[in-house]
Design a protein around this ligand. Sequence first.
Ligand SMILES: Nc1ncnc2c1ncn2[C@@H]1O[C@H](COP(=O)(O)OP(=O)(O)O)[C@@H](O)[C@H]1O
Ligand SMILES: [Mg+2]
Length: 209
Amino acid sequence: MSTPGRFIAFEGGEGAGKSTQGRLLAEALRARGLSVVVTREPGGTPGAEAIRALLLDPPGEAWPSQAEALLFAAARADHVAHLIRPALARGDWVICDRFVDSSRAYQGGAGGLGDPAITALHAFGSDGLRPDRVILLEGDEIALSARLEARGGAADAIEGRPAEYHRAVAAAFRAFAEADPEGFARIDAIGTQADVHARILAAIVDLLP
Ligand SMILES: Nc1ncnc2c1ncn2[C@@H]1O[C@H](COP(=O)(O)OP(=O)(O)O)[C@@H](O)[C@H]1O
Ligand SMILES: [Mg+2]
């Protein structure tokens, strides 16, 4: 019997290091002989990537917030059905850059739709699938925005929202982690990439076979 697949989601604001640390964790797991799928949201499958393009660069006017939440849930349903569940069923590890807690924090929290609405969409769209562990990367707003400036590139439709919106996102993530300390690992995102990686490994060691 192979070991069961494990599902790790990286969450946090833009610039927190989700993509960087997801890659580093995947390398570390592969070095232990595990099969790892690295993916992201919104996106991860052709259908969900097509929806991503609609979300991050809306044609016409900005999406009404309810439509935005529905599009995220639709993209996630495709991603879960066509990529995440099959990978977990094979016994692979899945590392996902953002998952449903981003919808809860952005659309539900900062966007004002509320957690029950987002949770209900997720129950319908993806049968309520939860990660085995959420790695929540947290750090001082000013330090993280300096990283983003160094990374360069233009902000998308969601990144470009005002600082208060991003502060509300961070507060929502913190509240979810406080409400579910088993499901979330709060990781200090400040420090070298190697330091942060070591904190993350320590936070998932109990899931290793
Ligand atoms: N520990 C770190 N210290 C300094 N810069 C970092 C660190 N981790 C990542 N970066 C850089 O900060 C920027 C944002 O990281 P990234 O992984 O893209 O964040 P996210 O995916 O959460 O938006 C990138 O330019 C990345 O190279
Ligand atoms: Mg990223």
